[in-house]
Write a protein that binds this ligand. Structure first.
Ligand SMILES: [Zn+2]
Length: 412
């Protein structure tokens, strides 16, 4: 057992949990001045103010033997939940970025061997060890920013052996918590004549192997013109759900495809991007339990419009934020950039951004009763800040993280 004392301000997010991540205002952050946090066996046993602690500590068995840690007036917030990344890949697309910036068209880049298929080629060639070592470095960059739960997708293998290799790389990392998402339906590989034939292959061959080996928690699909349509998507998502996986859907990124409706009907935990949603789509999302994961860094890199966060939130939808880290459309791991874009370009308030990067992101991953808040029973995942919570998501590149704790252990 450990007692963390001397917490200048403890941000519990108790109000965010009570409101289940909807219509968040500052008082929902559950701020406690002069806080105390007690951790036992990786979980939060007690959280509250110093004055309450003095009155209640005697009732806790074994408290006299607990180790004390003085945080010297620092701020403590829940560990960040990064709920959408493509962090496993090989190869490099920096040259392609320069081509795009100097006016070369997408088609010409693809003809020169660029685009997603160049990452597929490099990832298929890479060894499991190579993928794992690169992933470790990337995971560490997130942990240094206070991330304690990280979602990572496959999707650059596009055949059974390479998808399984990517998922094995994700599963080989034991700290902090990684959520593994099978994204075999990311694009249609050149070996297949059309999307239907490829989906049939995924359902018959890849999915059973992935599930049998316990390599994925969730499945994802890219519903978009030129990729997978809603009819194929429905067949695929049903198969994934029947196999016991949670589902999420990349949709309405470049075109309005009505993929959001498929996601709601199939009880997807989240929809990703949703830049192109119309008024009907926004109101349907607001009525649903499905979390909208917004990825403004990708919109920034693609010079696109930003999703209608304000309308979604005001309508009653749950919004999460993530980097969409990938080598093509969002080659950044920086949470501060995402939060600053959400505030400047999408009109989100700071408490909304904090909730979107903790509890709401946990909800997108079906982990909202485990992570994303500092309450008794939750995993002891928290960040000790060298600065006030109100300095977060303000200065791009500024990460005032003194230390990151996962299950009560210091991981940075
Ligand atoms: Zn993505």
């Amino acid at each position: 057992m450990k007692v963390f004392e001397g917490i200048g301000e403890l941000i519990t997010l108790s109000g965010v949990v009570k409101k289940s991540g909807k219509r968040i205002v500052e008082k929902d952050l559950g701020r406690i001045r002069n806080g105390v946090l007690v951790v036992d066996k990786g979980r939060i046993l007690w959280a509250g103010s110093q004055s309450m602690w003095v009155r209640q500590r005697k009732g806790i068995p074994g408290i006299s033997k607990a180790k004390k840690v003085n945080l010297e007036g620092r701020t403590v917030i829940p560990g960040f939940v990064e709920s959408h990344t493509h962090s496993v890949f090989a190869g490099d697309r920096s040259k392609e970025f320069e081509m795009r910036m100097t006016g070369v068209s997408y088609e010409d880049i693809a003809k020169k061997g660029g685009g997603i298929l160049s990452t597929v080629k490099a990832t298929r060639k890479a060894s499991l060890n190579h993928l794992t070592e690169d992933l470790k470095l990337r995971v560490n960059r997130f942990v240094k920013q206070g991330v304690t739960t990280l979602e990572v997708k496959s999707g650059y293998g596009l055949n059974s052996s390479s998808e399984i290799k990517m998922l094995k790389a994700i599963r080989s990392i034991s700290s902090p918590k990684l959520v593994s998402t099978f994204l075999g339906a990311h694009a249609i590989p050149p070996e297949f004549p059309n999307a239907g034939k490829y989906i049939d292959y995924l359902i018959a061959d890849t999915l059973p192997k992935v599930v049998k080996a316990g390599l994925a928690d969730r499945a994802d699909i890219f519903i978009e013109k030129g990729y997978f349509d809603s009819v194929i998507g429905e067949k695929y998502l049903r198969a994934c759900r029947d196999a016991g996986l949670d589902i999420c859907v990349h949709t309405e990124q470049l075109n309005l495809t009505q993929g959001y409706q498929l996601a709601i009907d199939q009880k997807a935990k989240s929809v990703e991007h949703v830049v192109q949603l119309d008024a009907k789509g926004i109101s349907e999302m607001a009525k649903s339990e499905t979390v909208c994961v917004l990825l403004p860094a990708a919109d920034f890199y693609l010079k696109m419009a930003y999703p209608s966060a304000r309308k979604l939130i005001d309508g009653g939808a749950r919004v999460a934020l993530a980097t969409d880290f990938n080598p093509g459309s969002s080659p950044t791991q920086d949470l501060s950039l995402v939060g600053v874009l959400a505030r400047i370009e999408m009109g989100m308030s700071l408490p909304e951004v904090i909730s979107a990067y903790t509890f709401n992101a946990a909800k997108a991953l079906s982990l909202e009763s485990e992570v994303g808040a500092i309450l008794p029973g939750y995993s002891a995942d928290f960040v000790v800040l060298d600065d006030g919570w109100d300095r977060l998501f303000y200065s791009v590149g500024y990460h005032p993280v003194h230390s990151t704790f996962w299950k009560g252990k210091r991981v940075f």
